[in-house]
Structure formats: C-alpha cells, structure tokens
Write a protein that binds this ligand. Sequence first.
Ligand code: ASP
Length: 323
Amino acid sequence: MILVTNNEGTPGVGETARRLARGEPALDAIEAGIRLVESDESIRTVGRGGWANLLGEVELDAAVMDGGSLRTGAVGALKGFLHPVSVARQVLERLPHELLVGDGAARFAREIGAEQAELLVPRAAEAWRQWFEHEVSAPDRARWPDVALSDYCRHAIDPEIGRDTTVFLAIDKSGNVASSTSTSGWAWKYPGRLGDSPIIGAGSYADSRYGACACTGAGEMAIRCGTARSVVLYMKQGASVTDAVMEAVNDMRHLKSGLISRVTIHAIDTKGGHKVAAVNGDGTQHYWHWSVGFDAPVALPAQPVTAHPGYATTPGSDRYTRG
Ligand code: ASP
C-alpha cells in the first residue's frame, strides 16, 4: 500500500507502485519515487524548482524512516544537491547519527558523491526577485544582505500556500512500513529554518508494528504538536487510524498563537486502512492511494477539518501572530 501527496507526489507515485508490486522493500520503492519528484522542476516545492529562502537560496529538507528498525536519516537546510532524500537515506545507512544540517549535511553529501545541481530555476529566481523588489525597503535593498531579516520573515507570504512537501508512506510485501519526506519548505523562509519535514516525529514517523504518518503544510504546527509520532502512538494505544488522526487534529486545535495555517495529516495502519485529514483545509487537498491489485494509483480528497474557526475566511490569517 502507498499513500502519497497529490500533486507533489505525482511524478513518482507510479514508480513506487511498480517497485512495490515487484516486491521491493518499502524504503527503496519510496526513495526511487521521491527522486523523480525532486528532479521534476514542475513541482515547485520540492528539490530543483523549489522556492528560495529570504536570501534567494534554495535550502532543502528531507527524511526517511524504516519502521522495522526505527532507524531514520534526515537532512536539513541542504544546499546544492539534487536528491536530498538519497542523502538522508545514506545518513541512515552510513552514520551513527539521524539528522545532519547545513554545512555538515553538504560535506557529507560531497563525501558520498551525491549529485550536485543548481536548484534555483529561472521561474523561482524571478518570483524571489519580484518579492525583493516589492517587499524590501529601498534602504535595505541597498545594504542587502546585511539587514535584519526577521521582520521580512514575519510578513512573508508563500506565493503558493496550497502547495506542499512530497510525502510517501508505504508498506511492502513483508509488512515493513516506511515513510519519507522531501521539500524546499516555505518560500521566503528565514535562512536555516527547518520545517517539520526533516524532524522525525513531527513531519513523519513509521513503525512497522502500527503504521506511519506524515504531514504537509505549516510545519511549525506539526513540530509543536509532534504530530507524526503522536498519530502512531495513538494507534499503538489502540486507536483506529481515523481516530488517531482526529486526535492529532484535536492537538492542533489547542494551538492559539504562532503560525496558524493548514496542515494535512496522512496516515496508514498495518491492516490496510488509511486516513488523510486537512486541518484548516479548504477542500482542495488530495492524495494518491495505491494497493496491490490496483491498476493505477487513485486520487482521493483529504477530509477538510475546521480546527481554527474563521481561519480560511480571515484575510492574512496564515501569517505569524505573536502570543
Ligand atoms: N511542511 C513543509 C514545511 O513546513 C511545507 C509544506 O508541506 O508545505 O516546510
């Protein structure tokens, strides 16, 4: 079985399904699928073609988790490499660590011969330039980049707030469960900002005894609630996959300050069940589902769930609020 974000998993979901159908391990199958997403420039929030940070640089985050061993590998704020998911996989395979960031992650990527690439494509460079020209004051443009960035970060608006990280969850023929994420994160983020995607337990978690979960959307909310680990833990405590996701939605309802926006929670259990809920969603969020015996993956709608009444209708409500 596979659960994948739509549309951000579209270039890779078929490849993952073919590999799983051939009996490949879940982690291999989802890494292969995500690599196709990362190199597809039309996916504007993942890999090459992803959005830049406030300084106009693309910083990528990715994670993998093997639910059999509970080993993980993740990279954060990685610059200049085409396949952060494979660098994350090699953190799992080769190091006694679980997460590398920034210069250390880039050093490791070079050491293992990971493919280097220019990640900022002309479309994304132009979008950043437009933001720079219109949002940055003339004195700051003259001194750039030696300016205080925090105010720009607080008022930054992702030009495509509805677009997402790619997340893949899978169970293979042997019953092993795996999860993976890959993203450029939010457009115009503060340099060095990590979202939930590289944080195991927030943006993803897999345990072959119970199932797996991964989130897209406002990573700050998933980090604060420890969402992915919570969903798997609720299943361990006996909740169905639907009840586990809805309990994680309740956790998010408790958030009253900070960045409040949309989070889509994707989860699978080991019995063939799954649930996808879009917290503060507007009904446009979809996902791909595939199981052995399907001719092809099918696109299904996520269930929109109101967690913060008025969120979707209040202009600017997806901005940062102090509190
Ligand atoms: N969750 C990602 C992050 O916060 C972004 C997204 O999925 O839209 O970086």
